[in-house]
Ligand binder design. Sequence first.
Ligand code: SF4
Length: 381
Amino acid sequence: MREHAILSASGAHRWLECTPSARLEEKIVEETSIYAEEGTFMHELAELHLSLYLERMPKSQFNKKLQEMKQNEFYTEEIEKAIQSYVDIVIERINEVGKDSLILLEEQVNFSPWVPEGFGTSDVLIISGNTIEVIDLKGGRGVKVEAQDNPQMRLYALGAINGFGILYDIEKIRMTIIQPRLDNISIDETTAEELLEWGDMVVKPRAEMAFRGEGEYKASDHCRFCKVKAICRARAEENMKLVYLDFKLPPLLTDGEVAEVLLTIDELKKWATDVEDYAFKKAVNEGKKWTGFKLVEGRRSRIYSSEEEVAKKLLDAGYEEEKIFSKSLLNLTKLEKELGKKEFGEVLGSLIETPPGKLQLVPESDKRPEIKCSAELDFKN
Ligand code: SF4
């Protein structure tokens, strides 16, 4: 079980921007999510495979442990394949630098010279020649995580310099995020000098403020995984600004005002959902009564108590199979999972098309290229 620091590396993108957030989060009891548990399981499975490859575990012990892990509720073929592709990439990297390099798995790194009580666990740490490489497995399939300027990766690298800088003459830093379920490999490189400067000039002063719980609350994208996101006043105020937009006459909104609403609407929706989830959980789990609200039962829909018995009864009664069963092709994602990526491509490659996605109106900061819309644009295509 991994321990957690008050100023964790994974939360650094948040407490570096909103310094009082870490202390505020302490007031909330930690809820383990199914995603976090699945992530922990994936890390353990990856460590097991890499330990075997690095001959740090006899095959018999590996087999025994793997059998145990296969009984775990999180073990699936899909997870095994995802971990295998992560492990293959790491092994490729190990082979490039040579097995005689210093290779550490699940290594606790200490970055407390820059962050009070700061430590974290690096999935894979490789020190070869004058280079430190930090590799991180991300098990999620929601949002792509980039290595570029990623404070979590940078703090792990600082921890590695802190731990091994005396023994090795480190000059280069390489940081790799592997997110196998999204086919995402993201790499960032920097120098030890630049990283140490960032640690001293940016991290240290903000981390000290964060540890004392001082500084300004600042709501932004980083609120997404903050434990107080539903009840944080600063975030509420930021979102309520939309409600108080100072609209002027005439009676119809101007283009500029519509654009202003569009800019804030995404964040406003997320915030509203967070508040709704928070209030719902409190009502269900703690019997909390919110003024003006009550819990009710949603619309009921009928279900079969046993599909097997229904089918048997109908067949016994003489109904034909075609009448009671429907047969349909698995959707593309499920079929690819079933066949495996390679086989899927070989067998069905020529039959797969990628029609253009639906048009979306997004903020200019979005990384996708802009599509110029004209009267001739054929929306059907
Ligand atoms: S919700 Fe956002 S603004 Fe509020 S404490 Fe957390 S990070 Fe800061």
